[in-house]
Design a protein around this ligand. Structure first.
Ligand code: NAD
Length: 510
C-alpha cells in the first residue's frame, strides 16, 4: 500500500511509515500488483489533503482474481481442509488484527476521518469476528435427519466457491471482516471490492492475512468504482454468492443482477431508524444513548437513530436538554482525542447533507442546533458538519423519510404506544430501533410491533458478533453475523444411505 506522503503533516505520521512497504499495490489472488484501473486519490477528510494515490482494479482484474481464487481454493486444499485447521488460520488473522489495531485505526482515521476511538473499536470488532467465525466453524455440525423410510439421512455443508464481498466506506475493516471471515471459514475464496473512498484498511487486512498464513490466492482486494469493478464481480459467472453492504438503490439493482444469474445475494442496506422515548424513561440514559446513536460516526451509520420520537408530556424538556448536550459536542479532526463529531467522508457528501437540511428548512423545519457548515477557520479545509436537530417536522416529511447519512436527526412528539408504533413503522426501511422505558413489558410489546431487524432497549448501537443482524423491508435481504454466518456461505447437501435388504420395488421388470 503506498501512502504517498504529499504533505509534511502526513509524511510525519507513523501510519505512513508503517505502511510504506505496501506501495501503490492492489492484492490480486496473492500478488501485490499496480492496478491497471483509474487512479484513486485518497483525501484526509479532516484537512482536504490528498495523502495517497492508488491505481485501482478493472473488470479484467476481477476476472483474474475470481478464476485464480477458485483454483487456489482447490489446489491449496482449503476447501477440503479439516475445520479446525482452517479455524487455526482464522485465529491467527484475528490475532494479527488485534496486534496491529493501532496501525489499522490510524490508517482508517486518516482515510475516513472517523475518530480514533471509533476506528480502534472497529479494529477490535474485526479481530473478534475472525476468532468468532473460527469457533463457529469448529462447532458447525451437519445433521443426521429423521428418516421417513429405510435410509440414514444426512445433511451436510460444502463451500460454494468464490464469494464477492462488497463494502461501503463508513465502517471498513469491521464490515470487511463480517463477510470475509465467515466466507473463508466456510472454505471459499473471497474477492473483496472495498469502496473507492476508503480502500486502505482492506488492503492492510489482506497483508495481515497473508502474513498469518492464509493460502496464496484465496483472497483478493480490488479497490475500484462500483459501476465497473463491483458490477463485474457481481456479474462474474464463477462468483457463487455476493454479500453486499451499501445503499438501498445499489442493493436493489444488484438483486436484479443476482436474480438473472440465480445467485444468492445478501444485502445490508440503508435505514432511517426510530428511537422512542416514553415518559417513564431514565432520562439521562436516554439522552446519552440518543446522542451516541445518531451523532457517533458523524451520523454516517446505517443504524443511526435519526428519527427521535418523544412522548408529548416530556417533549419540551427532553428536547431542550438534548439540544443543549448536542450543542456541546466537539466537532474536530478524528485524530484529536477531544473530538466527538469528526468530519464526513468527503466534501461532496458533506455538501449533500447540508443541502438536505436546507431543503428541510425551506419545507418548514426548524433548526434547534447545528444546521450550517462550521465557520471556524480551523475546520474550513475539512468536510465538517455539526450535530443538527430539526423540529417542526412530521414523519411524512422528506427529511423524516430519507436517509441523510450525516449528523442530522428529526425530533417529533407522540401520544401513546399505538401512535408511535404507527409512526415508527411508516417508513420504507426496517433496520434498527431504540426504545427508552423502564417498563419492560411495554418495551417488548413495542419492540415486537416495530418492523426492524434490531431493537435496542435502554441502549443503542451496541453489537455482538454472536447476535444475527438483519435488515427488513428496504433495509436488506438475508442475515449476517451469528453462529449461522458460516452456513450462509455454504451449499447444503443431503445424503440418503439405503439400509434396507431389498431393491426398490418399482415396475414389472422383476
Ligand atoms: P453505495 O451503495 O454507493 O456503495 C457501496 C459499495 O458498493 C461500494 O463499494 C461501491 O463502490 C459499490 N457499488 C456501487 N455501485 C455498484 C454496482 N453497480 N455494482 C457493484 N458494486 C457497486 O453505498 P455507500 O455510499 O458506499 O454507503 C452508504 C450506504 O451504505 C448507506 O445507505 C448506508 O445505510 C449503507 N450501509 C448499510 C449497512 C448495513 O449493515 N445495513 C452498513 C453500513 C452502510
Amino acid at each position: 500500500m503506498s501512502l504517498v506522503a504529499s504533505t509534511a503533516e502526513i509524511a510525519s505520521t507513523s501510519t505512513v511509515d508503517a505502511d510504506r512497504d505496501l506501495l501503490d499495490r492492489i492484492f490480486v489472488a496473492g500478488r501485490w500488483e499496480i492496478g491497471t484501473g483509474d487512479i484513486i486519490e485518497s483525501v484526509n477528510p479532516a484537512t482536504g489533503q490528498v495523502f495517497a494515490t492508488l491505481h485501482g482494479a478493472t473488470a479484467d482484474t476481477v476476472d483474474v482474481a475470481v478464476r485464480e481464487g477458485l483454483a487456489a481454493a482447490q489446489q491449496s486444499g482449503w476447501t477440503t481442509m479439516l475445520p479446525h485447521e482452517r479455524a487455526a488460520v482464522l485465529h491467527r488473522i484475528g490475532n494479527a488484527i488485534e496486534a496491529n489495531a493501532d496501525r489499522i485505526a490510524a490508517l482508517q482515521t486518516l482515510d475516513t476521518g472517523k475518530t480514533l476511538t471509533e476506528t480502534r473499536a472497529l479494529a477490535g470488532s474485526a479481530a473478534n469476528t475472525f476468532r468468532y467465525m473460527a469457533a463457529a466453524l469448529e462447532t458447525m455440525d451437519g445433521s443426521l435427519t429423521t428418516p421417513r423410510g429405510p435410509w440414514m439421512t444426512l445433511s451436510t455443508f460444502r463451500p460454494m466457491g468464490v464469494i464477492g464481498a462488497i463494502t461501503p466506506w463508513n465502517s471498513p475493516i469491521a464490515s470487511d471482516a463480517q463477510k470475509i471471515a465467515p466466507a473463508l471459514a466456510a472454505g471459499n475464496a473471497v474477492v473483496s471490492k472495498p469502496p473507492v473512498w476508503a480502500p486502505w484498511v482492506t488492503l492492510l487486512l489482506a497483508r495481515l492475512a497473508e502474513d498469518a498464513g492464509l493460502p496464496r490466492g484465496l483472497l483478493s482486494v480490488l479497490p475500484g468504482p462500483g459501476r465497473t469493478v463491483g458490477e463485474a464481480l457481481v456479474r462474474h459467472p464463477q462468483v457463487a454468492k455476493v454479500s453486499f453492504t451499501g445503499g438501498t438503490t445499489t442493493g436493489r439493482h444488484l438483486a436484479h443482477v443476482a436474480a438473472d444469474k440465480l445467485m444468492p445475494i445478501t444485502l445490508e442496506l440503508g435505514g432511517k431508524s426510530p428511537t422512542i422515548v416514553f415518559d417513564d424513561a431514565d432520562i439521562d440514559r436516554a439522552l446519552q444513548g440518543i446522542l451516541f446513536g445518531v451523532f457517533s460516526s458523524s451520523g454516517q451509520s446505517c443504524i443511526a437513530g435519526s428519527r427521535i420520537f418523544v412522548q408529548r408530556s416530556i417533549f419540551d424538556n427532553f428536547t431542550a436538554e438534548l439540544v443543549r448536550r448536542a450543542s456541546a459536542l466537539r466537532v474536530g479532526p478524528g485524530a484529536d482525542p477531544a473530538t466527538d463529531v469528526a468530519p464526513m467522508i468527503t466534501r461532496a457528501h458533506r455538501d449533500s447533507v447540508a443541502t438536505m437540511v436546507d431543503d428541510a428548512v425551506r419545507a418548514g423545519a426548524q433548526i434547534l442546533c447545528g444546521g450550517a457548515i462550521p465557520d471556524d477557520p480551523a475546520l474550513a479545509a475539512g468536510s465538517f458538519y455539526p450535530p443538527t436537530i430539526l423540529a417542526g417536522v412530521t414523519n411524512a416529511d422528506t427529511i423524516a423519510q430519507d436517509e441523510v447519512f450525516g449528523p442530522v436527526a428529526v425530533i417529533m412528539p407522540f401520544d401513546d404506544e399505538a401512535d408511535v408504533i404507527a409512526q415508527a413503522n411508516d417508513t420504507v426501511f426496517g433496520l434498527a430501533s431504540g426504545i427508552w422505558t423502564e417498563d419492560y413489558r411495554r418495551a417488548l410489546r413495542v419492540g415486537e410491533a416495530i418492523d426492524a431487524g434490531t431493537v435496542w432497549v435502554n441502549t443503542y448501537k451496541q453489537f455482538s458478533i454472536s447476535t444475527p443482524f438483519t435488515g427488513l423491508r428496504d433495509s436488506g435481504l438475508g442475515t449476517e453475523k451469528g453462529r449461522d454466518a458460516v452456513r450462509q456461505y455454504c451449499d447444503q447437501k443431503s445424503f440418503y444411505l439405503d439400509r434396507s435388504d431389498s431393491p426398490l420395488g418399482w415396475g414389472r421388470a422383476r
